[in-house]
Design a protein around this ligand. Structure first.
Ligand code: 5GP
Length: 233
């Protein structure tokens, strides 16, 4: 397969017609790629979790790039023109929010807080506003940003409800968007413990990539537990 793009945790290959094959690798990175490790099984666990969550969104009428899951670690997806924008939704204040602003750690955010950031390791994903996104040519109109915000909040509602039933608190997450060949705005990338914060609803235990970022240990064990709850089995 011809490689189109190699990211920090996934590789994208050319597929048939307007499709691509996204391979989830076993690498974990943090700090804009400064910290790296390889954890066996991580790619397949994330591929399975993301497949279930993307299909959940589709069932709720949210359009995504997901077409099919090819176990153990591949997704067939629609080819997108990905926007270099990360859309973050937060239900609880933690992480970079409490480092940058005077929020109390663990404070509930009602309504949820949406942030747009430039996807750039070099610039450390700086926050965007509408003017900067337009001036950089990331989008052609502010309506595109408003549409991403609307979809991201809808994704939050659907994921939160689903995960609550599995005993998982959706603390925050990051989405990426892109346009398909027909010009539809779709949710792209992945929805996994690499891109979301998940806390155990009864114990408050961290079940996501913060275990790696903060050297808490048992990274794969907790990813497996998320898979067990989200995918069953
Ligand atoms: P924070 O801004 O607090 O570091 O991250 C907020 C949420 O977005 C977390 O769930 C985090 O995993 C996700 N997130 C933000 N930026 C990135 C990124 O560059 N890569 C990944 N994988 N997730 C991110």
């Amino acid at each position: 397969m011809k490689e189109i793009y190699r990211g920090k945790a996934k590789t994208l290959y050319e597929g048939e017609k307007d499709t691509a094959v996204m391979v989830f690798r076993d690498e974990l990175t943090a700090g804009d790629g400064a910290k790296r490790a390889e954890k066996r099984e991580k790619g397949s666990i994330n591929a399975e979790i993301s497949a279930v969550l993307m299909q959940l969104l589709e069932r709720h009428g949210i359009k995504t790039h997901f077409i099919s899951f090819q176990p153990p670690n591949r997704h067939v997806v629609k080819r997108l023109r990905i926007l270099p924008v990360e859309v973050i939704v937060r239900n609880i204040a933690t992480g970079s929010l409490v480092r940058r602003y005077p929020f109390e750690e663990g404070r509930k955010l009602e309504p949820p807080v949406v942030e747009f950031c430039l996807k750039s390791d070099e610039y450390h994903d700086p926050m965007l506003n509408e003017d900067i996104a337009l001036a950089l040519g990331l989008v052609e109109s502010v309506e595109e940003l408003r549409e991403m915000r609307r979809i991201a909040l809808e994704v939050n509602r659907v994921l939160r409800e689903f995960l609550r039933e599995k005993g998982i608190v959706l603390v925050d997450f990051k989405l990426e968007f892109g346009y398909d060949a027909e010009g539809n705005l779709l949710v792209g990338d992945e929805i996994t413990p690499d891109t979301c914060r998940f806390w155990d609803a009864s114990t408050g235990e961290v079940m996501d990539k913060d275990r790696f970022r903060r050297d808490m240990g048992e990274v794969i064990e907790y990813y497996r537990e998320v898979r067990r709850r989200v995918c069953g089995g």
